[in-house]
Design a protein around this ligand. Sequence first.
Ligand code: ACO
Length: 319
Amino acid sequence: MTRRSVILGAGAYLPKRVVTNNDLAAQMDTTDDWIIQRTGIRQRHVAAEGEFTSHLAVKASERALAAAGLKAADIDLIVLATTTPDETFPATATRVQALLGLTRGAAFDVQAVCAGFVFGLAVADNFIKVGQAETALVIGAETFTRLLDWNDRGTAVLFGDGAGAVVLKASYGDRGVLSTHLHSDGRGHDALYVDGGPSSTGRVGHVRMQGKEVFKHAVSKLAQVIQEALDANGMTADDIDWLVPHQANRRIIDGMADKYRLPREKVVVTVDRHANTSAASVPLALAEAMDDGRIKPGHLVVLEAIGGGLAWGAALVRM
Ligand code: ACO
């Protein structure tokens, strides 16, 4: 029997404050219409002052644990995907570990920007597959709006804050993460990056993006990696019950659905309400669709994401 990581439960948390497109239009040269037409985004959640990535992560984790029917003490690995750690070090995962009351196991961060959750899932899945962990918490959490240059309307309207988490448990059978597929290509650096950091400028910096370049890479690389995942498992698009894509832009999501001839009812979309929450986007969408009963045990789910690096990946999961 194959040892696999089953997703036992998922949880999501969004900060209370909602900022609509019209709120942004009141402070910069943009319109609700432009944002909806180009991205599908209608609103985003923004973390309160003093509300950190770890706080969002803990709330999502508590909900994931409750959905999984487990206690924090059952967890022996925490992998936290984030681009917006509370501090340069230590890993925000260790803060989450302490806030959850955990004193055993390992906790560390993974940095693959918007693809971070898929990367984190792959890392945790491999820990479980080789027997180095039994039960893992994989979290995507971001206070991404703290990286925004509010004078750059080309990026400021695109992002939001939030967190999503899943609990993985070792199991023997057909259910679980079937495979993960990760890629990076550092030549894509200039398409999307933050112009600061502890080793370069000594300040945090702001997001810089060549939107059209990112769009082009997103469409081609996501299509390739979904195909890679299907091929690796001897499956076709007809086998997919749900596509849970990275929520960057409605046009990219629709492009993927069309490419694989997936009806819109099989695609989980939250970008309209959450905007792009980077590493949190996939687990937020997954948690929502598991929580409202759309995604059921036995369903075949494709997770995919791309972001700065460039870094991109996909996971095929039998729920
Ligand atoms: N409001 C109004 N006008 C705007 C805004 C705004 N918020 N932002 C840009 N514009 C203007 C530009 O200045 C430009 O004006 P000009 O023609 O007078 O120069 C015009 O709109 C067109 O700008 P483009 O950048 O060419 O617009 P485009 O159609 O490419 O859409 C967008 C921009 C939405 C960013 C698109 O390129 C995109 O979605 N790219 C993908 C990027 C993405 O998703 N990034 C997220 C991070 S990466 C990831 O998660 C995959």
